[in-house]
Write a protein that binds this ligand. Structure first.
Ligand code: PGA
Ligand code: ZN
Length: 427
């Protein structure tokens, strides 16, 4: 038994300078576990609720003092005295205390901060890294990083409708080499954009935000950067997109690059891009409401491309089950704060894996220096992580933690690499 004796939350700032919540859980031994939670901007409709004060006099209504109070009073009263090793019972207790389907009463931010801090404290109590607490002796797969090196959509003012243009250095030998390749391509892209007179300031997730003509121009710049950095696109390094299409879906149509497109039009467009560029992964290609479109998309491109549902599933097992039954995609993005507890997140990952879906562990556009997701991805062996570009402290810290984990695992570390994508590339 490792008894919880205190639970304390505070309001801190995230990478955009907006408030978020940080919680410390103290065990009877004196060990303290600390965790903070991220915040999205292109938030899906089906996500658990991030509780904000709505007090316009503080932080333009974005304060989280009510969530902090909910941790310090309601949650603390319920979990003090419980065994920190019993993560499931603690998460269940908080879910029941809240009582709503979307954690809107206590707040998913409040609940998640405690859920994660409990796990961090437990690992510390045992004297093992968090990834080993989560994965035991089984957790050893270092993920392929999905580096978002060019930011559009809600994350920058580049004017590009597609939110994220991504590189996947799957052909590297190990994670540290993948990180080096990502950094080298990022800097090469910097030089090419600068030479052509574009801005090289970065967006929320650390990628560049140039005002390019359209999405295809961004993809072609990235392909050029991969080549000029000395790598082979489609062999060493692949390209990915996160379209965040819910953000440009209105009244049944996609308002994309000045045109009004049906799901079929969008699928044809993606098909053309996949034919021309080494695109191996597309996230939220269609809206979170467009199940029929997703089914058609998967029929057309599911054999060649990893099709990730982010807003579509919101890390929710019920929505994922629907997607599995319909064959609506072949992958799911995993964000802890979309569902609100560690054990629910782990179960969603297991459900995905049991059904042959890829599970990509992800940061949010508003982040803190917390590196829990680096441990989650290795502990759960999901093989892919999305944590922004190899730039901006809050992004890089996730990747640096993976370097430390790789070192800690030593010979036991296995890089997920190209094998992760065999179904799409070995034809
Ligand atoms: P968000 O974006 O954190 O702003 O929701 C990330 C994503 O869409 O994957
Ligand atoms: Zn997304």
């Amino acid at each position: 038994m490792s008894e919880i004796i205190s639970v304390r939350a505070r309001e801190i700032l995230d990478s955009r300078g907006d408030p978020t919540i940080e919680t410390e859980v103290t065990l009877i031994s004196g060990v303290i576990g600390k965790a903070s939670v991220p915040s999205g901007k292109s938030t899906g409709r089906f996500e658990a609720v991030e509780l904000r004060d709505d007090d316009k006099k503080r932080f333009k209504g974005k304060g989280v003092l009510i969530a902090v109070r909910n941790v310090n009073d309601t949650i603390a009263d319920a979990v003090i005295g419980m065994d920190s090793y019993n993560q499931f019972a603690i998460d269940k207790e908080m879910i029941e205390l809240d009582g709503t389907a979307n954690k809107s009463k206590i707040g998913a931010n409040a609940i998640l901060s405690v859920s994660l801090a409990v796990a961090v404290a437990s690992a510390e109590e045992l004297g093992i890294p968090i990834y080993k607490y989560i994965g035991g002796i089984g957790g050893h797969i270092l993920p392929v990083p999905l580096f978002n090196i060019l930011n559009g959509g809600a994350h920058s003012d580049s004017g590009l409708d597609i939110q994220e243009f991504i590189i996947l250095p799957a052909g590297a030998q190990n994670f540290s080499e993948a990180l080096r390749w990502g950094s080298e391509i990022f800097h090469t892209l910097h030089d090419i954009l600068k030479k052509d007179g574009y801005s090289v300031s970065v967006g929320d997730e650390g990628g560049f935000a140039p005002r390019l003509k359209n999405g295809e121009a961004a993809i072609s710049y990235i392909k050029k950067a991969i080549e000029e950095a000395g790598f082979h696109p489609g062999d060493d390094v692949f390209i990915g997109l996160d379209c965040a299409a819910s953000s440009f879906f209105k009244e049944g149509l996609y308002r994309y690059e000045g045109k009004q497109m049906s799901s079929e039009n969008m699928i044809d467009y993606y098909g053309e891009l996949v034919g021309k560029y080494p695109i191996i992964s597309i996230e939220d290609a269609l809206s979170e409401e467009d199940w029929d479109g997703w089914v058609k998309l998967t029929e057309h491109l599911g054999g060649r491309v990893q099709l990730i549902g982010d807003d579509l599933y919101a890390t929710n097992p019920e929505r994922l089950r629907k997607g599995i039954n319909l064959s609506a995609s072949n992958a799911i993005l995993i964000k802890l704060n979309q569902i609100g507890t560690l054990t629910e997140t782990m179960r969603t990952i297991e459900l995905a894996k049991r059904n042959g879906f890829h599970a990509i562990v992800s940061h949010r556009s508003g982040e803190t220096a917390d590196t829990f997701i680096s441990h989650l991805v290795v502990g759960m062996n999901t093989g892919e992580i999305k944590a922004g570009a190899s730039s901006r402290g809050e992004r890089v810290e996730k990747y640096n933690e993976l370097l430390r984990i790789e070192e800690d695992l030593g010979e036991n570390a296995t890089y997920a690499g190209k094998e992760m994508f065999r179904q799409f590339i070995e034809k």
